[in-house]
Design a protein around this ligand. Structure first.
Ligand code: HEC
Ligand code: HEC
Ligand code: HEC
Ligand code: HEC
Ligand code: HEC
Ligand code: HEC
Ligand code: HEC
Ligand code: HEC
Ligand code: HEC
Length: 375
């Protein structure tokens, strides 16, 4: 029926006038006083589930279509199509950020002017099916796909028309993210994702500065990506990982020097004398990932040190981390209580792998102490 009507329109717009029967070329025999919708004309109008209030009956057609005149039945639009909807709806792109097809008045690409079986007279279901008419679906797929993106819920984050936030977002991160991440969620493998909003609001925690600043997109992608947890760069999923700097998103912002050498008097504060404890834990075949000690968003102790870390069904505790002016101590599940001091190395009797490199001399330690504690 639609195609038939469209063909009729084309005919009367003169697309192939010569093919018209002589009677029709002479004019459409209609009564200008009659309703446009009757049992014989346009009787498919206002039949679908969602009907445009402005096209609900035959009397209103003429608000958008030129009224039929004797001898003519061209239904020309009353005003140019790009301006038609604004007659009643005003400017749908009146905020700072405007979706291009809306700003260009392409309303009828997404909406049927009369009726539809989709809500809001949409020509497509109100999900990614609509968006993928113009946006490339492949950009929204990846080994890690964000829950709402995979479910086609683009409209949860984007306004289809216009917004005060870039990319027509409904809100800016972190508020946008906290709209859903205000509670624990499950990832596709069924693992619990704790609520970052609780971390954000907990003022007993030390927050990672970029997290505290609400820069979620400094580390995460919103749609899909190659890495674990939608991260911009890789991060080991597991607690243990053989070391390579390109496995850690952390080095996007932090210097990997702190992990490069077995001995240092300056590259990190996590050292005992010049024994680099970052290197010793992380830079080895069965290296500990940062998450063995640090939390990525925020933790109860200084330097983002955790109290505990979930490990399979168990919990590893990092009890009583205490930082002093020159070192620190803790009593983790992993080994017996230990402490470290940057200038007066502590003698720890752990059964350990041989230490690489050479101990600093007392003079070197003294010099480092003078330089660093003066700062
Ligand atoms: C809100 C504005 C608006 C109203 C009200 C409206 N139309 Fe339309 N109509 C349009 C637009 C826009 C088009 C597409 C025109 C084009 O593509 O050239 C259209 C196209 C049509 C077409 C041809 C293609 C199609 O979709 O079938 C017919 C027939 C039609 N209208 C009939 C009606 C009738 C009958 C009514 C009253 C029940 C009506 N229209 C009310 C805006 C409107
Ligand atoms: C003659 C005035 C008029 C024109 C022109 C008009 N509309 Fe409407 N439109 C209305 C009215 C009245 C409503 C009902 C508003 C309500 O229910 O709050 C409406 C509602 C809508 C809705 C929302 C339906 C819903 O369920 O909330 C959409 C979408 C819409 N119009 C799209 C369009 C588009 C696209 C155009 C241009 C092709 C257009 N309108 C032109 C008067 C108009
Ligand atoms: C890219 C597709 C797209 C374009 C283009 C578009 N819309 Fe919409 N519009 C939508 C979607 C999707 C909804 C439903 C929004 C929702 O449910 O949150 C909607 C909803 C509406 C509504 C209902 C009220 C509201 O704000 O949610 C109106 C009215 C409307 N559109 C009018 C227009 C007009 C007028 C234009 C042209 C200036 C237009 N739309 C262009 C996709 C579009
Ligand atoms: C009729 C085609 C069309 C449809 C349908 C469409 N878009 Fe767009 N969209 C565009 C065009 C054109 C641009 C501007 C060019 C670009 O940035 O790719 C754009 C840009 C965007 C932008 C970026 C804005 C910016 O500031 O860079 C977002 C976000 C967006 N669209 C979201 C959506 C969503 C969500 C949907 C589905 C509800 C959708 N689009 C449906 C054509 C469309
Ligand atoms: C969880 C919220 C969220 C969902 C769901 C979402 N987006 Fe986005 N989208 C964003 C954010 C945030 C940005 C801004 C990214 C930036 O600043 O780099 C964005 C940017 C965009 C852009 C412009 C930049 C680009 O990446 O091309 C387009 C287009 C876009 N989104 C379309 C979509 C479509 C289509 C869907 C559904 C398949 C969708 N979005 C679902 C949050 C979301
Ligand atoms: C400095 C980088 C960084 C910033 C900024 C950041 N995240 Fe994360 N986020 C991570 C890392 C790394 C992980 C993976 C941790 C793991 O599984 O070991 C993660 C994990 C997550 C998870 C999964 C649950 C969890 O905590 O393990 C969610 C949800 C999340 N982030 C949301 C957010 C939100 C929302 C923001 C902004 C308020 C944000 N992130 C800011 C690095 C960051
Ligand atoms: C509309 C709800 C919604 C919004 C808004 C939202 N998320 Fe999510 N997010 C989810 C759901 C549901 C999951 C769990 C399914 C999954 O893992 O993808 C999830 C999972 C995640 C994950 C873990 C992904 C994985 O599978 O490893 C990260 C990281 C994340 N979100 C970050 C963000 C960030 C950053 C924002 C803001 C830009 C945000 N989310 C906004 C619903 C949302
Ligand atoms: C987007 C940039 C960025 C990324 C990525 C990033 N950080 Fe940070 N981080 C910062 C900034 C900025 C600071 C504050 C200045 C500083 O101490 O260097 C900081 C501080 C820290 C601190 C010290 C906090 C304190 O209380 O003094 C630790 C520990 C830390 N980050 C660990 C990590 C770990 C582990 C990762 C990887 C999971 C990581 N960071 C990824 C930007 C980042
Ligand atoms: C075995 C526990 C442990 C592991 C694993 C670990 N750290 Fe640390 N880190 C610490 C401790 C303890 C401190 C605090 C040192 C001090 O100032 O006393 C620290 C300090 C830091 C700082 C502050 C600057 C500095 O070096 O003193 C950053 C940044 C940092 N770590 C990043 C990382 C990153 C990135 C990883 C993974 C590649 C990682 N850490 C792995 C325990 C660890």
């Amino acid at each position: 029926m639609l195609r038939l009507l469209a063909a009729t329109v084309l005919f009367f717009l003169g697309a192939s006038v010569s093919a018209l029967p002589a009677a029709a070329q002479a004019g459409f025999p209609i009564d200008p006083e009659a309703s446009c919708v009757s049992s014989s004309c346009h009787d498919d109008m206002a039949k679908q589930e969602f009907v445009h209030a402005a096209a609900a009956d035959g009397e209103q057609c003429v608000t958008c279509h030129e009224p039929p005149q004797e001898g003519r039945h061209a239904f020309e639009l009353a005003v140019a199509e790009e301006e038609l909807c604004a007659m009643c709806h005003g400017d749908m792109a009146d905020k700072e950020y405007k979706h291009v097809p809306v700003a260009e008045g392409m309303c009828t690409f997404c909406h049927d002017p009369h009726q539809s079986d989709n809500p809001k007279q949409l020509n497509f279901p109100p999900n990614s099916e609509l968006c993928f008419n113009c946006h490339d679906s492949e950009e929204f797929e990846g080994p890690t796909t964000h829950g709402p993106v995979g479910e086609g819920q683009c409209l949860k984050c984007h306004d289809p028309h216009t917004s005060d936030h870039a990319y027509q977002l409904r809100a800016e991160p972190p508020d946008l993210c906290f709209g859903c991440h205000n509670r624990a969620l499950k990832d596709p493998k069924g693992r619990t994702l704790p609520a970052p909003k609780n971390t954000f609001r907990d003022d007993t925690l030390n927050l990672h500065p970029p997290f505290e600043a609400g820069m979620c997109l400094g580390c995460h992608l919103p749609h899909a990506g190659a890495n674990y947890r939608l991260l911009l760069e890789p991060y080991p999923e597991t607690l243990y990982a053989s070391f390579s700097p390109d496995k850690y998103i952390c080095f996007m912002c932090h210097d990997d020097e702190a992990f490069a050498e077995p001995r240092t008097l300056e590259a990190t504060g996590f050292r005992n004398g010049n024994l680099n404890l970052h290197y010793r834990h992380v830079n080895r075949q069965k290296g500990r990932s940062c998450k063995a000690c640090h939390h990525h968003h925020g933790a109860p102790n200084e330097r983002l040190i955790r109290d505990k870390i979930p490990f399979g069904k168990r919990t590893i505790n990092i009890r009583k981390f205490e930082r002093t002016q020159t070192g620190g101590s803790c009593s983790p599940t992993c080994h017996r209580p230990v402490s470290y001091d940057r200038y007066e190395p502590v003698f720890n009797t752990l059964k350990v792998t041989p230490r690489e490199g050479v101990d600093a001399t007392p003079e070197e330690l003294e010099r480092a102490k003078e330089e660093q504690l003066d700062e």
